[in-house]
Design a protein around this ligand. Structure first.
Ligand code: 5GP
Ligand code: ZN
Length: 137
């Protein structure tokens, strides 16, 4: 189902034009208007989901397989040296458009895109506490 006020619903379903590089019945992939690097594209489902947590498993699997296919194609066409897949969920994680999307970002040696964070040293206690909290078997 589409959301009336969602720009990615409109792009995904062709109501707003986009620089589309791939389309099928479930997804559209189009170029980002503010690319982090040359060829930066966005993979979006045609159906509205706010984020990863709302997406069903079948579409998640299809999205990752499709990302792999397009990343390979883009790498060959653009001659990039590496590739980032980035997927933000929630404002705290940098999500600005609340319709699931996967960033496909070709990377070039020496480009200034830079997806880094400030690594901190985890203590053994912290690692143990988190393992206990998160591991479910
Ligand atoms: P987010 O920060 O939510 O993970 O990423 C949203 C992305 O959508 C940004 O990279 C932004 O440049 C891109 N974007 C926002 N509005 C439009 C639009 O109307 N068209 C296109 N092609 N990209 C958009
Ligand atoms: Zn939407």
């Amino acid at each position: 189902m589409n959301k009336d006020d969602c720009i990615f619903c409109k792009i995904a379903n062709g109501e707003i034009p986009s620089s589309t590089i791939y389309e099928d019945e479930d997804f559209r992939i189009f170029l980002d208007l503010n690319p982090a690097a040359r060829g930066h594209a966005l993979l979006v489902p045609k159906e509205h989901f706010n984020d990863l947590f709302e997406m069903n498993d079948e579409l998640c699997q299809k999205a990752m397989a499709l990302a792999k296919k397009l990343a390979g194609r883009m790498k060959e066409a653009l001659g990039c040296d590496g590739f980032n897949l980035v997927q933000n969920n929630g404002a705290a994680a940098g999500q600005t458009i609340f319709h699931f999307h996967l960033h496909l970002i070709p990377r070039y040696e020496g480009d200034s895109a830079g997806f880094t964070w400030n690594p901190k040293k985890a203590s053994l206690e912290e690692l143990e506490e988190l393992t206990g909290l998160l591991r479910k078997n």
